[in-house]
Write a protein that binds this ligand. Sequence first.
Ligand SMILES: Cc1cc2nc3c(=O)[nH]c(=O)nc-3n(C[C@H](O)[C@H](O)[C@H](O)COP(=O)(O)OP(=O)(O)OC[C@H]3O[C@@H](n4cnc5c(N)ncnc54)[C@H](O)[C@@H]3O)c2cc1C
Length: 413
Amino acid sequence: MKVIILGAGVIGVTSAYFLAEQGCDVTVLDSQPGPGLGTSFANAGEITPAAAAPWASPGIVGQLARWLMSERSPVAIRPSLDPGLLRWVGAFLGQCNAASFQRNRATMVALSRYSREQLGELRERTGIAYDHGTGGSLHLFRTAEELDRGTSDLESLRQLGLAAEILDPAQCLLVEPGLAKGSAAMAGGVRFAEDETGDCYLFTCALAELAATKGAQFLYGKKVERLCRDGASISAVVANGEHHTADAYVVCLGSHSPALLGTIGRSPLIYPVKGYSLSIDARRAAAAPRSTIMDGRFKVAVTRLGDRIRIGGIAALCGFDMSLPERFRKSLIATYQELFGPADFADARLWSGLRPSTPSGCPEIGRFAADNLYINAGHGTLGWTMACGAGRLLTSIMTGAAYPKSLDAVVRR
Ligand SMILES: Cc1cc2nc3c(=O)[nH]c(=O)nc-3n(C[C@H](O)[C@H](O)[C@H](O)COP(=O)(O)OP(=O)(O)OC[C@H]3O[C@@H](n4cnc5c(N)ncnc54)[C@H](O)[C@@H]3O)c2cc1C
């Protein structure tokens, strides 16, 4: 089967690798000069089924209001009458109830756990290197009230198969001794020992090379403009004015997927939720994390990636605006320094990326709108965590192979 994959982010590249491994003749098109240069470039580096929970939850509207009124809010919303945003917000509000939250979280956790397994097997099979670590994650809470809130639902996480352990401040320091250099109050934390870390960009580049050894072809500098429909099927994709043809087409354009699918009149509800990160050399910091820490108050993740530290967070609804406001840089630095003490950020450049987010938090994976058209997009906050599982699942769907029953709810019907 000849397959054209649109998009060479972590999702397009994992899809390409697993399809090529199954003998498909794969071509990947991307507008950038190389793989992983979109949102997959500088994310927070966490492989974290433990954080697989949708934003759409029963208490989120009140929480958003409190955040928006606070200093150093982890969220920002630019008021807009963009019809795409209004449709998305309407659907999001429809998911903010207990039943939808439980269902969506179970789906996200199932895919994330499967993905972590696939990543581990891939690492063993290929020796792929991407500054990875297997040191777990620590969710840190500053006050007793925040700790109570952060641990109120641990039993349901355990029922979904996630190992979670509540730690007192002394135990947090044993896990992450660098926290001793910080000034942040610490009431305790939750350790998720099975979580992992790694540089998503390094991984995407290395996996693209491995996919190429299996015959996949990567064509860069190709801006995909539209899909051509012929009856129930897609007959071609147009990039830079040229027609490219295949037996099947896979859309992995992250937040840009709806615009392309709009050219055949069917856009999925995926909206960009912008985030920011900073990276510094660990030698320029008084202390550094061993693995990854999530600050429960400011929703900032601090992750060790080899000899670097990545600090990522903020959720901003502002369309496709890629500007880099100084206040977000200051906010990430402040959280880092409260946790780990002083560090030299003089050379650290702020980066922004667009999380391709669905209202439910669950990605769109499977056949979409035509007999030979597939989508693998909308992985939101957890695209790096879900990538290997999503690529492998898509391959099973397209080749008619079996996949675990636990993933039934992930697949588009
Ligand atoms: C600040 C931040 C922190 C994050 N932290 C984590 C984390 O710790 N763990 C985690 O699991 N996830 C994290 N994420 C989410 C994760 O990074 C994303 O879900 C993931 O990168 C999405 O991958 P993708 O391949 O779908 O999209 P992208 O990486 O954006 O890839 C889409 C590709 O499509 C190409 N493209 C777009 N339009 C066109 C076109 N018209 N023609 C040709 N090519 C086109 C782009 O060039 C790009 O290469 C974070 C995100 C952000 C912003």
